[in-house]
Design a protein. Structure first.
Length: 168
């Protein structure tokens, strides 16, 4: 049974067509990695796209009731997922290319007239002695300077608690 009748029920027919188109678009964007999206987003695109396309198929060819509800809020998810895919494509194209690893220098070309390598007249480097280094005397622990406690100023009433005057 075909429920798509743009003459009698154009709103319902367009709703089903948009559900199908958005579902197929999400499946395609999730299946091919056009923007370098992470695996979780690609799986979400594929699952949501399959759900939208399946629901569109159900409404278009299986649904046989006269009463239906249209939820335009359902198109928020495809818009967000497709916009995220487009954003990933744009970011990938505008991102600077990854630096290429440095190539090792090319070996020198063979020169048939080159002289054979001669040993260098430089003296050999001194070899470390097998004797263990002498232990160093223990260093005293650094001392922490002590700061004397602050002394309140006698003529400042806020510096120390005041005692009532002593009278006898």
């Amino acid at each position: 049974m075909n429920n798509l009748d743009f003459g009698n029920h154009p709103l319902f027919s367009w709703y089903v067509a948009l559900m199908a188109v958005s579902g197929i678009a999400m499946v395609i964007l999730g299946a091919i990695n056009v923007g370098g999206q992470k695996g979780g987003w690609r799986v979400l695109n594929i699952l949501a796209g399959a759900a939208f396309a399946g629901y569109a198929y159900y409404l278009g060819f299986v649904f046989d009731e006269d009463v239906y509800h249209i939820y335009f809020q359902a198109f928020i998810l495809p818009v967000l997922l497709i916009a995220g895919s487009v954003k990933a494509v744009v970011n990938r194209r505008t991102a600077p290319a990854a630096p290429q690893p440095a190539q090792p220098p090319a070996p020198p070309a063979h020169d048939p007239n080159a002289q054979p390598l001669q040993p260098s007249p430089v003296a050999p480097a001194p070899q470390p002695s097998p004797v263990a280094p002498a232990p160093q005397p223990a260093q005293p622990a650094p001392t922490i300077p002590t700061i004397p406690p602050a002394r309140p100023v006698a003529d400042n009433p806020y510096a120390q608690p005041q005692r009532p005057p002593h009278t006898n």
